[in-house]
Design a protein around this ligand. Structure first.
Ligand code: GSH
Length: 213
């Protein structure tokens, strides 16, 4: 049971929980962490599935008890409610629309296609076709990184130049799961963004917890 007035984050090693943990730390928030490992005890799993019927982490529970799923919703909530961290443009500004456009672009396209790559049997009624599902997902992912690479400029490394924002945390997360050799060839600015974001202490710490072997 979380202490009153605190956030709770349901998370798992190697997942988008890494981005939320890093984002929370960037905002000065330390949520209570509840690990939902693969194969966790049935009662814990069933309680978690009641919270998120999608059966996916991350899930952030607001101090008032509101359940927040979907990484982009969690990231924007954290940034909006901790404006002193300066991690997102002001609501209603064109900069915010630009920021949210690319955040949504990554969630709807790259993140979704990474699931198709990694859970390809879920996306076909014929398991024999899973390899083709996976291959088309890989090409789809690569195509979207190339689009984003052309949005980044020499003022970078981030979407807003030197100014690090929530969207950069999302890109940093997704690159961890992506083919970085292909990115080096096809989307070098995206790879550079990943390197530079990873130098931030909170992201480096999350990477150590989630992605170190
Ligand atoms: N749209 C969700 C996707 C969440 C998601 O795919 N989570 C993965 C871990 S990164 C998961 O729990 N996968 C287990 C499953 O789908 O069975 C989000 O943006 O948070």
């Amino acid at each position: 049971m979380a202490a009153p007035g605190r956030y709770t984050l349901y998370t798992r090693k190697g997942t988008a929980g890494a981005a939320i943990e890093a984002a929370a730390a960037e905002c000065g928030v330390e949520p209570d962490l509840i690990d939902i490992p693969v194969g966790c005890p049935r009662d814990k799993w069933e309680a978690f599935c009641r919270i998120n019927p999608r059966k996916q982490v991350p899930v952030l529970i607001h101090p008032d008890g509101t359940t927040i799923t979907e990484s982009t919703a969690i990231l924007t909530h954290l940034a909006d409610s901790h404006p002193q961290a300066g991690l997102i443009p002001a609501p209603g500004s064109s900069a915010r629309a630009f920021h949210d456009r690319w955040l949504a672009f990554f969630q709807a396209n790259v993140y979704e296609a990474l699931l198709r790559e990694n859970f390809s049997t879920r996306y076909t009624t014929n398991p024999d076709h899973a390899p083709e599902v996976r291959q088309s997902a890989l090409d789809f992912i690569a195509r979207h990184y190339v689009i984003y690479d052309q949005v980044l400029t020499d003022d970078g490394p981030f979407l807003f130049g030197q100014r690090f924002q929530m969207v950069d945390i999302m890109v940093w997360l997704l690159v961890w799961w992506s083919d970085r050799d292909r990115l080096a060839r096809e989307a070098p600015r995206v790879l550079h963004l990943w390197h530079e974001a990873g130098r931030r202490p909170h992201l480096a710490a999350a990477a150590q917890r989630h992605f170190a072997d």
